[in-house]
Design a protein around this ligand. Structure first.
Ligand code: SF4
Length: 302
């Protein structure tokens, strides 16, 4: 079937079933054509609380769809494939987290939204890359166990006096941007602004003109008169920027990075998801209620 016909079919079945499609920016650009909202983890969490639709089809990875269910248990939350699973979220498990907490009984647990529902349930508050500093500085505890991204933890450390105990997790996409390569690229394009995601290693963050979340980068480009940008984040952001700002020039920082898990979702799978109501995302109620507290607390901070 032609892509255009498939897009029409998805938009039709979406209306018939009173469904909404939330898509992360790292999705394939073809998914943007059927999305009701495109955003980052924080924006999507907020949208999930605002929708009146009966069905949410989440085009993103597993932990994002879980968050949508945690915030909307009365709705049907679907993810088009079970293969869209974030490796970083899988780097922290409840038992190991409890052991670390036992060693630091006075520490608060701040979990990045890139965690499983079970880990969120163990946490005092969640955060995203857009609000991590604000969240850490908003809570009374002076000691913070920060899970799972050690790079984001390092970045937060440079903006707080609190003691941060980082978990040893990382995002394989952001972790491989190289400071040496970034310096070489900047030499080739001295008039370009360097935008870096805080999941990158500290040496890359140090070279940034701006350290920004996914949505923060898009807003920055929108509001800035500069024409050229070198961007250290997942390729989907560059693809979205090229669509929105065709008059500007974007280079992805070397060696580049693509989140393979995010690209598992296709238009065909979105249609099948709506047609067959698959695959349902559900979180056990005892975990959901505790995880929701951590998410709600974050949504009230920022
Ligand atoms: S980009 Fe990194 S953190 Fe985001 S879903 Fe992919 S692996 Fe997980």
């Amino acid at each position: 079937m032609e892509k255009k016909d498939l897009i029409e079919k998805i938009n039709k079945i979406k209306r018939e079933k009173n469904a909404v499609i939330l898509a992360h920016v790292y999705q394939r650009p073809e998914i943007y054509n059927v999305a009701d909202f495109i955003g980052d983890s924080y924006g999507l969490s907020k949208k999930a609380t605002e929708t009146e639709a009966e069905i949410i089809v989440f085009c993103g990875v597993d932990f994002m769809a879980e968050s949508a269910y945690i915030l909307n248990p009365e709705k049907t939350v679907l993810i088009p494939t079970k293969l869209a699973s974030c490796p970083m979220a899988a780097m922290v498990d409840v038992n190991s987290l409890r052991k670390l907490k036992a060693q630091h009984p006075n520490a608060a647990i701040v979990s990045y939204v890139n965690t499983t529902a079970a880990v969120k349930a163990e946490s005092d508050i969640c955060c995203t890359s857009a609000n991590a500093i604000k969240v850490v500085n908003s809570i009374p505890e002076e000691e913070i166990i920060f899970v799972p991204d050690s790079n984001l933890a390092n970045y937060v450390m440079t903006h707080t006096d609190k003691k941060i105990i980082p978990w040893n997790g990382w995002c394989y996409v952001h972790n491989k941007f190289s400071s040496e390569e970034l310096v070489k690229t900047k030499k080739l394009h001295p008039d370009a602004k360097i935008l870096v995601h805080p999941e990158c290693i500290p040496e890359v963050v140090d070279l940034a003109d701006e350290v920004l979340s996914t949505t923060g980068m898009i807003n920055y480009v929108r509001q800035n008169s500069v024409k050229k940008f070198i961007i250290a984040t997942e390729i989907g952001v560059i693809e979205k920027l090229l669509l929105e700002f065709p008059e500007k020039i974007f280079f992805q920082a070397p060696p580049g990075g693509t989140c393979l898990q995010m690209k598992k979702i296709t238009l065909e799978l979105v249609f099948a998801s709506l047609e067959k109501k698959q695959f349902r995302v559900v979180v056990p109620e005892n975990i959901r209620v505790r995880a929701k507290k951590a998410l709600d607390r974050m949504l009230n901070v920022a």
